[in-house]
Write a protein that binds this ligand. Structure first.
Ligand code: ZN
Ligand code: ZN
Length: 170
């Protein structure tokens, strides 16, 4: 369920995107292979557990509104640059380069002065996905709602990867 994001918080993201885009088009690294770069559209309708995504052909960056609301600094410092770098790589090189390849890493490092980290450090608990504790002989693991439903309907069972014992609801 998409939440409505306060307009000042939306504005912060748009402002950041504009700043980074300006940085990119004035960067010597990109100027050398100048092509007309087009500022992507920013939307706040990313679903699921991921922070954001870049729709290259549509020139759209999607951000997860709930995660952004609860991780604003991280989004402004990392996620927007990460996704914009994907857009820039696509506009400069097309699709024949790897998503997090050297071209993407160079933009992160040399244009945005950021570490090209691929994994997000985010608090996803704010999304409110319910989990259920299951145990075996050695540990307690959290199963997702979907997996829990399958166990309850007896359509699926899950074994502990460490001890091999069937997981049971605690
Ligand atoms: Zn990425
Ligand atoms: Zn176990």
């Amino acid at each position: 369920m998409p939440i409505s994001l306060p307009s000042d918080i939306q504005f912060q993201a748009t402002k950041k995107l504009n700043e980074l885009f300006k940085l990119a088009i004035s960067s010597p690294l990109i100027k050398r292979k100048w092509k007309k770069l087009v500022l992507p559209v920013l939307l706040f309708n990313q679903r699921g557990k991921i922070a954001g995504s870049a729709r290259l052909r549509d020139n759209v960056i999607k951000l997860n509104a709930t995660l952004y609301l609860h991780n604003q600094t991280y989004f402004l410092n990392q996620v927007i640059a990460h996704e914009l770098a994907h857009i820039l790589v696509y506009q400069l090189y097309g699709t024949r380069v790897k998503p997090h390849g050297i071209e993407w890493q160079q933009i992160m490092l040399n244009v945005f002065s950021l570490q090209p980290d691929v994994t997000h450090q985010l608090d996803t608990s704010v999304l409110g996905y319910k989990t259920y504790p299951y145990s075996c002989n050695c540990q307690v693991v959290e199963l997702s709602q979907t997996r829990h439903n399958k166990v309850q309907r007896q359509t699926q069972q899950y074994k502990c990867r460490k001890c091999g014992v069937m997981l049971k609801l605690v």
